[in-house]
Ligand binder design. Structure first.
Ligand code: HEM
Length: 411
């Protein structure tokens, strides 16, 4: 493939189709890392921004969380999308900065700490087994993404929130529409009104949840959020709904993308699959490698509060920077042979969960889900191959495979 021009390379961030073509995407990101690691991107429909593609620069920016804030532009959206979100007033953890961020994050934090995770492990192992058993029933062929990968993490996070199982399909549909709003197969429609209606319906659903948990508190995460107080005051309705929204969405598509992308990597690298099967003690390292390999959260953004520099490039106060985790996790200065999938990679300093004060709240949960699933699957796999072409979702934010047809035999 010929090297992209600088302009073509920088456009990938605002092109939903670019993330669906991994070869083209990584050609562009590698080109930027090598030639212009702090690149000004100015494309139609988007407010301009700096694309940051080196791992070290992303870590530095995330560390400097008062100089580079999440507000007012935490993720890349079109200028129109930015305005609509501001009008609705969505205010999740990723939209906030300290001190508000710290206080709000503390409300959910205990639910994701190692102690809480240990208590969940038996349940997650059971669910992993249930979904691998489902593969046996569905076999010898299935679309792994739609039959397994999207359902298992959804089940885990909805159970933690305390939602009834009868609502899971509806939540699955909402999150797919929300993250798939750039994908013709999943989007509700092409107009902004149709796309925003997904968010509004989720708001309504969650508002009802808040009311019911306030009226009769229960022992679940939804109740902890609905009844939390900061300085003696409950969260506002919009903050409460936003909390549910980030837990439900962040806790679902990300992990399912790692599970399906991780399986694809094992199918395409039989030597690594055999290596893992022969030494299941590698599972924690293999889990990290799958997370690095897939990097389902492609980017987050920050806004400079004062004039500064990144890698010597002047950044003006008010400029936005896009942190390309997809690029950082293939940075040849950090990873030995970054395009090799290596289930024993150690060290593996990927930043797929971000870094600093916004470091992914659900990282321990995500790791446990991936680990439990493959710990169940890999020893039972007798054979596995692709039964069609894997397809990626079109996105500029969170995503991975949307179809992974496989043929397999399982014990
Ligand atoms: C492999 C799966 C996952 C990946 C790759 C991932 C990635 C990320 C990233 C990159 C961030 C932003 C970090 C930053 O700005 O420095 C984040 C934040 C967050 N994630 Fe995850 N995530 C995953 C799974 C989960 C799960 C299972 C949950 C469960 C609820 C979750 C909940 C959150 C929340 C609440 C935040 C906002 C934290 C804050 O702003 O303080 N994530 N995640």
């Amino acid at each position: 493939m010929t090297a992209p021009t600088m302009d073509e390379a920088a456009r990938v961030f605002a092109d939903p189709l670019a993330y669906a073509d991994e070869v083209k995407l990584h050609a562009a990101l590698t080109h930027l890392r090598t030639n212009e690691p702090v690149a000004w991107v100015d494309v139609a429909d988007y407010r301009p921004f700096w694309a940051i593609t080196k791992h070290a620069d992303i870590m530095d920016i995330e560390r400097a969380n008062t100089l580079f804030t999440n507000s007012p532009r935490p993720v890349l959206a079109t200028a129109e999308g930015d305005e609509q979100q501001a009008a609705i007033g969505v205010s999740t953890l990723i939209h906030m900065d300290d001190p508000q961020h710290r206080a709000v994050r503390a409300i959910g934090a205990d639910w994701f700490r190692p102690k809480a995770m240990r208590a969940l492990k038996v349940r997650i192992d059971e669910l992993a087994k249930r979904y691998v058993d489902h593969m046996v029933e569905a076999g010898p062929e299935c679309d792994f993404v739609q039959e397994v990968a999207v359902n298992y993490p959804l089940y885990v996070i909805m159970s933690m929130l305390g939602l009834p199982e009868s609502d899971f399909p509806r939540m699955l549909h909402y999150t797919q529409e929300l993250f798939g709003n750039d994908d013709a197969e999943f989007q509700r429609g092409t107009s902004k009104e149709e796309q925003m209606s997904v968010l509004l319906e989720m708001f309504q659903y969650f508002n009802e949840l808040t009311a019911s948990r306030r009226a009769s508190p229960t022992e679940d995460l939804a109740s902890a959020i609905a009844n939390a107080q900061i300085k003696g005051e409950p969260l506002s309705d919009i903050d409460t709904v936003s909390y549910y929204l980030i837990i439900a969405t962040a806790g679902h598509d990300t992990t399912s993308a790692v599970i399906s992308g991780g399986l694809q990597a094992l199918v395409e690298n039989p030597d690594q699959r055999e290596r893992l099967r022969a030494n299941m003690d590698l599972m924690p390292l293999a889990t990290e490698e799958m997370i690095r390999w897939v990097t389902p959260v492609k980017e987050f953004m920050r806004t400079a509060q004062q004039e500064t520099t990144v890698r010597g490039v002047p950044i003006a106060a008010g400029d936005s920077v896009l942190l390309s985790y997809a690029s950082a996790n293939r940075d040849e200065e950090v990873f030995d042979d970054p395009f090799r999938f290596d289930v024993g990679r150690d060290p593996n300093k990927h930043n797929a969960f971000g870094y600093g004060v916004h470091f992914c709240l659900g990282a321990a949960l995500a790791r446990m889900e991936v680990n439990s699933f493959f710990s169940e699957l890999v020893p039972r796999l007798e054979s596995i191959e692709l039964a069609g072409d894997p397809q990626h979702i079109s996105t500029i934010f969170v995503g991975g495979l949307k179809h992974l047809p496989i043929r397999y035999s399982l014990k």
